[in-house]
Every structure is written in structure tokens, then in C-alpha cells.
Design a protein around this ligand. Structure first.
Ligand code: AHR
Length: 664
């Protein structure tokens, strides 16, 4: 129980309040399970924003590892004689550095990488340093470097947390590696490399990864962050954006083909979020492509989510650049359409097909079984449907079973929304992606949003949503509570809403551009916000079918005389459980009684558990200092006969779980 719940219980006892307040009488009919709730219903949306990929989920600790940032030595300090050369071994990343000896035992040449806001390293854990190197031409063998993890501003005598020598023994390019094991935990270490012999050396693709990545993959993901995703048990993973897909211009759109194959040869791309908001400007924000489409597919598979790639429809980000030059003429779309077809082949083709072979060579001969693809992100105007149409024709022809997702634009309603929905129907897309970043009043008013949607048209994908709250775009409990309330309406309408993903997913506390976000992190720690827990509670307690739940014959959606309550109910076929979700958005305790009608003769319903998410201060959320301040609390649940009676505390999201048994 939270301190608030304890206080409330004491208050309720003293005042006899639970006995006297008006009871909100709800009814659930368990006899006729309604629409199936799709396995994809509750998922995740990953965008490469807020240092969510490089500097975040992607476990690489070195920034600008291939010296391809426009300022070639960005993120690197140099000392002694360091040159940048451009005829390296990787065609698409040709730059590398040459360290030359100063010819004096007490003078040093070297480089030092700052990482992403420093490098987070943990005491006793192994870090794999790797580098492509050669003895600089015409020099005698061998050359030596010392590789160190350095503690910043250390007052101790010895700065290095770990140090190893590496001998470069060949004149040709070769990959070398060694292991560094830090003697202490440090959030802001740097990586320093000294030339320790007089023989000059060339270095390229300098990399440092924890050996303990998620599932141990070499080009892997940060374990704690990936685990947070897995713990949601998401049904779908949408990636890699968001506006990042579109680019600020066509040249910087997210081109999936540049993110597969050997990491050393994946070209750098600009991250459009580095300059999107001048008040949060990150001039060193680029995309290494190290977390690319192969890694996204693999992650989806490993967390049990259907992969949902989003690709460019030939329009750059219309917010940023709606200039005709940033629109591919419809007649020239062929290469973009081919990218979509090739992506399906990359995911699903057999290992002898052109792109299936690329996937197999990367380590996954079996297909990823892609079923969904989104064309375009938040596009608008006639320029969108006229581009989407030829994509749809080509995909339907080649891959009739792939479901295609179109967009209703950037707004939750309004002119573009009203124009694009009929267009999406006309084009017969399978799902329409709706986005809403809206204030509290909007979320409170949208409980019945989907009740009147056309059941015969495309299905809904609520692809990006978050409650901003009090006009301020920050994570706090009240916003997540209203998200929970809104989601009862998604669940109740599961016949038309097939997928929903909160957004965005990750944010580095020192490098964010957009908030609220579901998961915050620094270089060593992760914080699951209350919005995270709302999503997780829905995903873990999804149910397989909707059950009708009403109060005075009406859906419970914060309406008149409903006392700020929102509710939905579901049945889970697998274990014959009944799940009731109730959100009390009011500042008052609300007694509820839920009667379950339609039980068969001898069938019984037993209380199993009640899980609540609540706090005394709705302006608070979990923080780095107190990551577990507000978490779901589980308690046993008992019911009397076929009626559940309970009191739901102010500002509380409750999930009641009951088991249906055949009886004797
Ligand atoms: O998630 C942040 C941005 O919000 C996404 O890139 C875009 O789709 C939406 O406007």
C-alpha cells in the first residue's frame, strides 16, 4: 500500500465513509465475450530521439567511432600528432586517424573519447574494446597502443579505471580487441588511447561495448533498457520513428538499407532531432546506424513483439520542410517503393533471395515473419495519398498478406484528420495510424472516442499518444492516470482498435528533445515512469476478449453521473480469468460494486488479485533518485458471490483479477 492508500484507509475507517458514499454500480456480462482483443493491442514505439538509440539502447559507448561526423574529431580530444585521413578500409566510412610518435619517451600522442555524456561503466564488468588498425605504412613492425578507461577529474593518484596494452602487428587493416574491466563504477568515464611505441599507427572504427549486452549480442543493446521493454511483454514494436523516418530532407530520411550489413560500413546519418528545437540543441547528435533494421527485427523477436517498420513515403518531414524539393515526384517513386518491397524480402525472404541472404549472413537465416508495414509517418495534404497509392498497389501485388498502415496526419482531429481518414478508406489500408499528444482535458473527454467509429473500414492504430498534463510537457502521475482512463476506451473498442503504442519510448536525462517519455535513463540507471507502468498493466492484463461493462446501461467513460470513473472488462481465454480495469480520475474515493451476470449453473467466480497504481502527489513521478517511488501494488482480492465490492481511492488505476471456475 502507498502512504496515500494507508492514509485513505485510516480516514475511511474513522469517517465511516466507505459505508455511506454513493456506490457506483457496474455490471459485467460474462456470458457473451465480445470482440477478440488482438495480440498486438498494447505495444511499444521506439524512435531514435532523446539519445534513445546511439547513447541509449544501443550499447556502443564510443561517439563518432568512425570519424565520420562532419567535424571529423567531434567527441574526441587529441594530444600529440594526430591526423585524419580518408582512404580507410570501409567504403562508406572512409575516415580514420593516424597517431605518430613524438619521438620522445616523455611526450605522448593519443586521443580521448567523451562518449555520450561520458561513458557509464560498472566495476568488475567486462568491456570489449575493438579497433581496426594497421601499422602506418612504411614503418617497421610492431606498433603499440595503451587503451584506458579514465575517471574524469579524479583526485586519486591513478586516473585509469582499467588499462591494457595492444600490439598492432600487421601492415594490413585488421580487427584487434581486448577486454577492459573497470576497478570502480563510473557514470562519466572516458576512453583514452596512447601511442606507446615510436611506430605510427592507423586506427579506425574504435568501439567499446559491455560484454553483458541484452542476450549477449556483440553489436548489442543495453541490457537494463532492453529488459524494461521485455518486461512490458509488448504485442508490437513500431520503429524507427516518428519524424526521424522522414528526415529534414530526402537525403537524411531513414534509409533502412544503410542500417544493415557489417556495422563498420553503415554510413552515418544526421539525426534530425539535433536541431529540431533550438532551445534544446544537440549539435553532436548523429545516427551511427549501429542499431539498424536487423537489430530492430531481432529485438522484436526476442521480446515477443510483432515488428512494425515505418518507412519513408517520399515526403520529408512536412513540419520541418514542406518545400516541393522535399517531395519525391509521384512518377519518381519507384526506388522508394522498391525499398518497401526489399524490406519485406529482407525480413521474410528465404536465405537465397537477394535481401534474405543479407539477413542470413547477419546471423538470422530464418525469416522474421514480418506481417505489418507502415508507409509514411505524420504526412498530410493530397501529396500523401497520391504517394501512398502506388506503394499499396505494389505491396498488395507482391505480398498480399502484409498489412499496410497509413496515417491520419499529425492531429487527433481537425481538417487534415477529416480529409485523411476517408482517403485511407478509399485506399483500403488495413490500419490507420492516429497520433495525439494532448492535454488532460482532451484525454478526459475521449473515453468514448472510438464508440462511433465505422466498424467496416480500416482498423485503428493509436500509434503515438501521451498526455501532456497541465499545459506542461513533463512526466507526472496525473498524466499517466488519464492515459489509463483513455485506454479503457481502446480496450472497450478492441473490435476496431487493433494496436496502441505510447510515445516516445526512451529519453536520456541529459539529452532529451521531447517529453513526456516512457522510460528515462542516465549512463548507469533506468527509470520506469508511471506511464510505463500503465502500459505494462494493460499489456500484462490484456485478456483475449472484451466483456461488456456498463453503469446504468452506459459504458463507463467519465460521463455524466459517473464520478470521474472509467472502466473496461475483458476475459482471458487461456486461464479463464475475468479482468476489470477501473480508473478513478476524481479526487474522491469511489465505492464500486461490479456484479457479474451470465455465470453458468455451478460456475463460480473467485477473487484472485487487485493491482493498483496510485500516489498521494499526482504531480510526482519516479525519478533517478527514487525510481521505485510509484509502482503497481498487488493485494489479494475476495468477492462475495458474484459481486465485487471495493472502494477505489482518489486518482487510482486499479486492475481486479478474478478466476472463473466450472464448480462441482
Ligand atoms: O515522438 C516524437 C514525434 O512526435 C514523432 O517523431 C512524430 O511522429 C510526432 O510528431
Amino acid at each position: 500500500m502507498t502512504s496515500y492508500q494507508l492514509l485513505f484507509a485510516a480516514f475511511a475507517l474513522a469517517s465511516g465513509l466507505t459505508a455511506s458514499a454513493q456506490v457506483n454500480e457496474m455490471a459485467v456480462d460474462v456470458k457473451k465475450p465480445g470482440a477478440a482483443i488482438q495480440p498486438t493491442m498494447y505495444g511499444l514505439f521506439f524512435e531514435d530521439i532523446n539519445y534513445g538509440a546511439d547513447g541509449g539502447l544501443y550499447a556502443e559507448l564510443v561517439k563518432n567511432r568512425s570519424f565520420e561526423f562532419p567535424q571529423r574529431l567531434m567527441a574526441w580530444k587529441t594530444f600529440g600528432t594526430v591526423e585524419v585521413l580518408s582512404d580507410g578500409p570501409f567504403e562508406r566510412n572512409p575516415h580514420y586517424i593516424r597517431l605518430s610518435g613524438p619521438g620522445h619517451a616523455h611526450k605522448h600522442t593519443g586521443v580521448e573519447n567523451e562518449g555520450y555524456f561520458g561513458m557509464g561503466v560498472k566495476q568488475g564488468e567486462a568491456y570489449r574494446f575493438s579497433v581496426w588498425a594497421r601499422i602506418a605504412q612504411d614503418a617497421p613492425a610492431p606498433s603499440k597502443i595503451r587503451v584506458e578507461l579514465v575517471k574524469p577529474n579524479s583526485s586519486s593518484e591513478w586516473h585509469a579505471l582499467a588499462a591494457q596494452e595492444l600490439t598492432v602487428d600487421a601492415k594490413g587493416w585488421k580487427k584487434y580487441q581486448l577486454t577492459l574491466t573497470p576497478a570502480a563504477t563510473e557514470a562519466k568515464a572516458t576512453l583514452r588511447i596512447f601511442l606507446t611505441s615510436p611506430v605510427p599507427v592507423d586506427l579506425e572504427h574504435i568501439s567499446l561495448f559491455p560484454e553483458g549486452t541484452w542476450k549477449g549480442h556483440e553489436n548489442g543493446l543495453r541490457k537494463d533498457l532492453a529488459q524494461a521493454l521485455a518486461d512490458v511483454k509488448p504485442g508490437v514494436l513500431r520503429f524507427p520513428g516518428g519524424c526521424i523516418v522522414e528526415g529534414t530532407d530526402l537525403a537524411t530520411r531513414y534509409d533502412w538499407k544503410k542500417t544493415v550489413g557489417p556495422v563498420e560500413n553503415r554510413p552515418l546519418n544526421e539525426n534530425r532531432w539535433h536541431y529540431t528545437f533550438p532551445h534544446r540543441f544537440y549539435p553532436d547528435y548523429y545516427q551511427s546506424g549501429g542499431l539498424g533494421f536487423y537489430e530492430f527485427f531481432l529485438l522484436s523477436e526476442e521480446i515477443g513483439a510483432e515488428p512494425l517498420p515505418v518507412i519513408s513515403c517520399g515526403l520529408a518531414c512536412q513540419f520541418q520542410n514542406n518545400h516541393p524539393e522535399a517531395h519525391v515526384p509521384v512518377a519518381d517513386l519507384a526506388p522508394y517503393i522498391q525499398d518497401a518491397l526489399d524490406l519485406v524480402e529482407f525480413a521474410n525472404g528465404d536465405e537465397h533471395s537477394t535481401w534474405g541472404k543479407v539477413r542470413a549472413e547477419m546471423g538470422h537465416p530464418a525469416p522474421f515473419n514480418l506481417k505489418l508495414i507502415a508507409i509514411g509517418n505524420e504526412q498530410w495534404g493530397a501529396e500523401y495519398p497520391e504517394r501512398l497509392e502506388p506503394f499499396i498497389k505494389a505491396i498488395r501485388k507482391a505480398y498480399p498478406n502484409i498489412k499496410i498502415i497509413g496515417s491520419s496526419g499529425p492531429g487527433s482531429e481537425g481538417e487534415q484528420f477529416d480529409y485523411l481518414w476517408p482517403e485511407m478508406k478509399r485506399l483500403n489500408v488495413d490500419l490507420v495510424d492516429e497520433h495525439f499528444y494532448r492535454p488532460e482535458s482532451w484525454f478526459l473527454s475521449q473515453g468514448t472516442r472510438y464508440d462511433g467509429y465505422d466498424r467496416k473500414g480500416p482498423k485503428v492504430f493509436a500509434g503515438e499518444y501521451a498526455c501532456h498534463g497541465k499545459g506542461k510537457k513533463w512526466n507526472h502521475f496525473h498524466a499517466s492516470l488519464l492515459e489509463a482512463a483513455f485506454m479503457t476506451g481502446l480496450e472497450r473498442n478492441a473490435d476496431v482498435v487493433h494496436m496502441a503504442t505510447y510515445a516516445p519510448l526512451f529519453a536520456h536525462v541529459e539529452g532529451w528533445q521531447w517529453r513526456p517519455d516512457m522510460i528515462w535513463f542516465d549512463n548507469l540507471n533506468v527509470v520506469r515512469t508511471t506511464s510505463y507502468y500503465v502500459q505494462q498493466l494493460y499489456a500484462l492484463n490484456k485478456g483475449s476478449h472484451v466483456l461488456p461493462l456498463t453503469m446504468s446501461q452506459k459504458p463507463v467513460a467519465g460521463g455524466e453521473n459517473q464520478n470521474g470513473l472509467f472502466a473496461s472488462a475483458a476475459w482471458e481465454e487461456r486461464d479463464n480469468t475475468v479482468i476489470v480495469k477501473v480508473v478513478n480520475t476524481s479526487g474522491k474515493p469511489q465505492p464500486i460494486s461490479v456484479s457479474f451476470a451470465g455465470l453458468k449453473k455451478k460456475e463460480t467466480l473467485t477473487g484472485s488479485a487487485c493491482v493498483k497504481l496510485s500516489t498521494g502527489d499526482v504531480d510526482k513521478d519516479n525519478t533517478l533518485e527514487h525510481p521505485l517511488a510509484i509502482t503497481p501494488q498487488e493485494s489479494p482480492l475476495s468477492i462475495s458471490g458474484s459481486t465485487l465490492s471495493a472502494t477505489i481511492e482518489p486518482y487510482t488505476f486499479a486492475v481486479y483479477k478474478l478466476v472463473k471456475a466450472a464448480g462441482k
